[in-house]
Design a protein around this ligand. Structure first.
Ligand code: ADP
Length: 493
């Protein structure tokens, strides 16, 4: 069965548990195209029973998956990468109609996903531990690295396809089995399509499970994850607002969490920067996926001598971006995910304008299509510039600076610490400044969203805990220390 085989052009989806699709039927919820509310899918509205069944299947599959030879696991991941590439056109369409993703963004995600699958395919061969030195005569000591058990993942709607892989693939590559709960806004591209791909690749039943739920029903499903002893880690990608709720819940059940949250992601353009390169990096970094990615640039600090030219040329580039239906391959700016997102950006732009900001370009909505927007002269107390809360949409604040040290200080005056960029021709100067950024990621001469499958993504402060790439081994495994003594012990009593 394919999740796309529904009537009237829309899909009818069920849960994927223990290697099989559950029988369609029961309560469903609509998944709609954010552009025009067209029905994309009727998805199964799961709850406690489905979540429990999925956790039980993952727990039962764990011993065999954890002990599968690295070469056998490698073959599965490599097959999945090939299937992702084979299904490119269908995935591009799915991400457009379900999430509003432009072709540029969906193909970016597909490339990264296939690359990550191929890299993760080799991770099973990483050393399984270390031999340690002991001060006790005749004692041998070593640590072995073991998978945790079941990892439950919350996958987001925004970079849905790639971020879902990142949520469950890293744990699986290190021998964990998984249950994921995709965002109710994009359950197909944030999990169900992955189930089809892994099923076709031949992943063993129970190693990967997906449970979908209606809006408002997330916490019942989440409770099953938190309460189940088999679930050893919750891997959440989303907003810090929801992470706080989940973090409190994790505290009560003493559950390990990995959190990939938002960012404010400043760019500092020093006076010796290549202005053309800076414009390209900022246009891409701020407006890819309509500014709905955790690593989008939210604020640019430009050396005063470059400021006016930078703003004028950036605005020209941004005005030329085609806005509209993302199934049109030339469209770069698709719709925002929902009305709440449109309202957030509209309110914040208005707040800045009311306080005296200058609108350089954008600032208007046509339905959920919001023009990419640049503001300057934004007073320090406007919500969009304080860094206290990310505006999850196509809004960029540009500010001139005289002293790079002040720009560096101001750029870090935010509770977030995900990504940052510095543009300069003086690489030594850039590197020096980069080392003083309190973020999980910093780039010299690249956008704040310069993602590569192999490079670790993750934040500090309110941007989260944990890292992707092969560093995820720290998050999704634990070590067991073993000693073996060959001489009689010496005891004080
Ligand atoms: P959004 O940007 O859509 O507000 P978030 O990133 O905050 O989304 O989180 C969305 C994810 O968190 C979704 O998978 C949603 O189902 C889940 N979620 C939201 N509220 C809760 C809750 N109270 N308990 C558990 N999960 C929740």
């Amino acid at each position: 069965m394919s999740i796309f085989d529904g009537p009237d052009g829309h899909a009818v989806t069920s849960h994927f548990i223990d290697g099989a699709w559950t029988t369609p039927g029961g309560t469903t919820f609509p998944v709609r195209n954010p552009l025009d509310d067209a029905l994309v899918a009727e998805a199964a509205a799961g709850g406690v029973a489905e979540a429990e069944a999925a956790v039980a299947a993952a727990a039962a599959a764990f011993p065999a998956w954890a002990n599968l030879a690295p070469g056998a696991r490698q073959e599965l991941f490599l097959k999945a990468a090939d299937i992702v590439e084979r299904r490119t056109e269908e995935l591009v369409r799915l991400m457009a109609v379900e999430g509003g993703a432009s072709r540029a963004f969906s193909t970016f995600q597909i490339r990264l996903s296939a690359a990550m699958l191929r890299q993760a395919a080799g991770w099973g061969y990483q050393p399984a531990g270390d031999v340690l030195r002991s001060d006790t005569p005749g004692r041998m000591a070593f640590v072995t690295r073991k998978p945790l058990g079941v990892v439950a993942g919350f996958t987001p709607w925004n970079g849905a396809f790639y971020l879902a892989w990142r949520t469950f693939l890293l744990p699986m590559a290190f021998g964990n089995t998984t249950v994921i709960k995709p965002s109710e806004l994009a359950p197909l591209s944030a999990g169900l399509v992955h189930a089809e791909i892994l099923d076709e690749a031949g992943f063993p039943p129970g190693s990967f499970n997906v449970v979908t739920h209606a809006p408002g029903a997330a916490s019942a499903v989440a409770d099953v994850f938190f309460e189940s002893p088999a679930v050893r880690c919750i891997n959440f990608t989303g907003s810090d607002r929801t992470a706080r709720i989940l973090g409190e819940r994790a505290g009560r059940s003493l559950k390990r969490m990995v959190l990939e949250l938002g960012g404010f992601n400043p760019v500092i353009i020093l006076d010796d920067a290549d202005i053309e390169e800076s414009i390209k990096a900022v246009a891409f970094g701020a407006f890819l996926h309509q500014g709905q990615v955790c690593m989008n640039s939210r604020k640019v600090y430009v050396a005063r001598p470059l400021h006016d030219e930078f703003v004028a040329r950036l605005a020209d580039r941004v005005r030329a971006l085609k806005i509209g239906d993302p199934t049109d391959p030339d469209v770069v700016i698709g719709p925002l995910i929902d009305d709440r997102a449109v309202e957030q950006i509209a309110t914040r732009v208005q707040d800045a304008l009311d306080r005296g900001a200058t609108l350089i370009t954008g600032g208007k909505a046509d339905g959920r299509l919001y023009q990419p927007t640049i503001l300057t002269d934004v007073p320090a107390d406007a919500i969009c510039t304080t860094g206290a809360d990310e505006t999850f949409g196509p809004l960029l604040v540009v500010e001139a600076f005289d002293d790079p040290e002040v720009a560096l200080r101001d750029a870090q005056d935010t509770p977030y610490g995900l990504s940052a960029s510095i543009m300069t021709r003086d690489r030594g100067r850039g590197l020096d400044m980069a080392q003083r950024f309190d973020t999980g990621i910093v780039h010299v001469n690249a956008p704040t969203m310069a993602s590569e499958a192999s490079l670790p993504v993750g934040g500090v402060k309110h941007s989260g805990w944990g890292r992707s790439g092969h560093y995820a081994i720290e998050d999704f495994t634990e070590i067991r220390m073993t000693t073996m003594s060959s001489e009689p012990g010496r005891y004080p009593f």
